[in-house]
Design a protein around this ligand. Sequence first.
Ligand code: PMP
Length: 390
Amino acid sequence: TSMGSVSIPPPASLLRPLETPQRLLSGPGPSNVPPRVLAAAARQIIGHMHGEMLEIMDDIKKGIQYAFQTQNNMTLAMSGPGHVAMECAIFNTVESGESVLVAVNGIWGERAAEIAERIGARVNTIVKPPGGYFTKEEIEQALVEHKPVIFFLTHGESSSGVVHPLDGIGDLCHSHNCLFLLDAVASLGGSPILMDKQGIDILYTGSQKVLNSPPGTAPISFSDKKMFHRKTKPLSYFLDMGWLANYWGCDGKPTRTYHHTGPISGFFTLRESLAILAEMGLENSWNRHKEVAEHLHKGLESMGFKLFVQEKHVRLPTVTTITVPPGYDWREITVYAMKHHNVEISGGLGPSSGMVLRVGLMGYNSNKANADKVLEALREALKHCHKSKV
Ligand code: PMP
């Protein structure tokens, strides 16, 4: 071939039509997207700085304030998945050399600790095995010892199935001059969180769990303005809340300046997801997740499964962890459910790998009929998967 002509042919796979299966996304996320939200994704896009877009972003901001139960002005949606919100929270509130305390009872604390380490923080952890949680006394002892500027806690530990009790932790942090950062990616909308009343300083979630939007946007809110009086700029330009607050009209300035091109379709869908939650009401959503989880748990126990989290009051209603039944290979069970029932069941993650099966029923997916589909898939899996002598 001569210079100027292509030598790499168009890939044959791209010349075939797109195919995607229909399945029940009953793993720890993403969850299925309801028709109204899918329809929002199919709308023609508009410019990211057009007046109509800025109004939609204002709607999103109000929807997040409702979902988080906060009056914080510094409330917006990140362009990106939950990890982007995680990094935004830590990058903006922590400077190199500062002390950070992270509660690790599953993979999310591990990751938060690594993010803080990467920006040069002095990171200390308190650690529990998966399934565990922390008492206020344990948290206070670590606050006294390490004098952190921020304390990271996971509300819904999707790798272990624990929902962490929140009462008193915000006050405890504040009495030790520490910000309280809470990860609610897997729990927001499915389990009660009252950001302002519970003294949560930074809270974030993801679009793809209880909110039932496609992955790719992440609501976040900050109570604190200390982050705008830093000695150094945040290490990431993209995640700089100074810029993001202006893009979202949260900084009181009369004009918004281009920072990056937001995911327009993702904002359309997030607006619709937040509208569905507003119409349903938070309490109804919390109650429905609790009822459906209890229905699932009862069914699992009646089939002889053991729930991984012993204490009922800390079982996460959105993501249920089941002890891998003795003699079975967890992977074979998940493969069976997917292949024969189109039902997604997940294995463990990070510290819970090999220990659990995980079932998520979130938002639109949270109903008894879906719980029954999961139970049926698991019943059949136990019949058909190999069981060794134990
Ligand atoms: N935190 C928790 C508790 C999660 O469950 C997840 C997603 N599984 C994340 C953070 C990260 O979210 P994402 O995959 O959207 O980056």
